[in-house]
Design a protein around this ligand. Structure first.
Ligand code: GGG
Length: 358
């Protein structure tokens, strides 16, 4: 008799709509597990949230790494509740700790036009827009290197450095080129700004040339970030794999899904490709305090993140069944949520997806 496949998953809803969309993400996970013959051991945690901060004066317990460091994957909702905790504290004491301490150096975000999602760009149909943003996730512009002098005075000075290491840049570029080898068009576009940011970005460009030379079957080009954002809006169908530094990737991976209709459906994987630590999967959207508590948030970004997580864990068929269920649900007015012109609320959309997973 073969042993049942079983995955331990740390479930961290976080803040705001994270707490509303997470139950729909786990509903889909459990439906996929039962349909595809594996088990999920869901371990719920209340930390990495501003509620936890209000009780304990910090976002996470001191032993957070012991509590979740050995799981197969982390399923995360959203973080941030600025009325309670300033955003730079809530983010730095939670999500950015996971990314750094678990060396999740790739942030992988699909940009795909889905059936039923009204595209704000005229004339595009599902299939026309389908690419990946590969965002560097542990260094770059997101560094805490810098200083604040003479705070609150006329002489106030703030400095924050961008940190790029050859190791850090090369490994994310290799991930992007590897990904492109598996795709039909085999093309990498690099986001730069080497005309204005004249030390780190020329270095980034040089490493793109060096790593690109290792992949003769993959073509590559580069755009300055300003014109690249314009190209996302005007010609998103031209992209295949887009690789970017931490900040540029963050911006592009919100813009991409917005160009395909909504960031409400967009998922992401914070990947530790070496398998030395768990990877983390979360929707691209944040905690959305403006709609939190109303039961209207779109749960598809969380559910699609569950599919990415299962793919990462080797459950490709289960992941594909979630994706089919999402597509079928989005195609109906009763299945999609109000942000997409539909009639569903968070729970009814989540239940519709789960009922179609087979
Ligand atoms: N689910 C994603 C989330 O909560 N994001 C909050 C945020 O501000 N993230 C910034 C980032 O991804 O760097």
């Amino acid at each position: 008799m073969s042993a049942q496949r079983r995955y331990s998953i740390a479930v961290i809803p976080g803040d705001g709509i994270g707490k509303e969309v997470m139950p729909e993400g786990t509903r889909a996970l459990e439906a996929a597990a039962s349909a595809h013959g594996f088990e999920v051991d869901l371990q719920w945690h209340d930390f990495a949230s501003c509620d936890y901060y209000a009780k304990h004066g910090q976002m996470m317990p001191d032993d957070w790494k012991d509590r979740i460091g050995k799981v197969d994957a982390i399923f995360f909702g959203a973080v941030g509740w600025p009325d309670t905790v300033p955003d730079h504290i809530s983010l730095w004491q939670s999500l950015l700790q996971f990314r750094r301490e678990f060396d999740q150096y790739v942030n992988l975000r699909p940009v795909r036009l889905m059936p039923g999602v009204p595209c704000p760009l005229a004339g595009r149909k599902p299939g026309d827009i389908d690419f990946w943003v590969v965002r560097e996730n542990t260094e770059g512009e997101y560094s805490s290197v810098g200083g604040h002098m003479f705070p609150g005075t006329e002489r106030e000075i703030v400095i924050q450095e961008t940190v790029m290491t050859r190791h850090g840049v090369d490994r994310v570029l290799r991930y992007a080129f590897d990904l492109a080898t598996k795709r039909e068009r085999k093309h990498v576009t690099s986001a730069t700004k080497s005309n204005g940011i004249a030390i780190t970005m020329p270095f980034w460009d040089k490493r793109v040339e060096a790593i690109g030379a290792e992949y003769p079957g993959v073509t590559h080009d580069k755009y300055h970030i300003d014109i690249l954002t314009a190209q996302f809006v005007m010609n998103p169908q031209r992209f295949d794999v887009v690789v970017a530094s931490n900040l540029f990737g963050d911006i592009l991976s919100d813009l991409g899904p917005a160009c395909t209709g909504t960031i409400g459906v967009a998922p992401s994987g914070n990947i530790n490709p070496d398998g030395t630590h768990p990877s983390l999967f979360e929707p691209v959207h944040g905690s959305a305090p403006d709609i939190a508590g109303k039961g209207i948030a779109n749960p598809v970004g969380q559910i699609w993140s569950a599919a990415m997580m299962l793919e990462h864990l080797g459950e490709a068929e289960a992941a594909a069944s979630i994706m089919r269920a999402i597509e079928e649900t989005l195609a109906t007015e009763t299945g999609r949520t109000g942000d997409l012109g539909g009639k569903a609320d968070t729970v009814s959309c989540g239940k519709a997806v789960a009922s179609l997973i087979g």
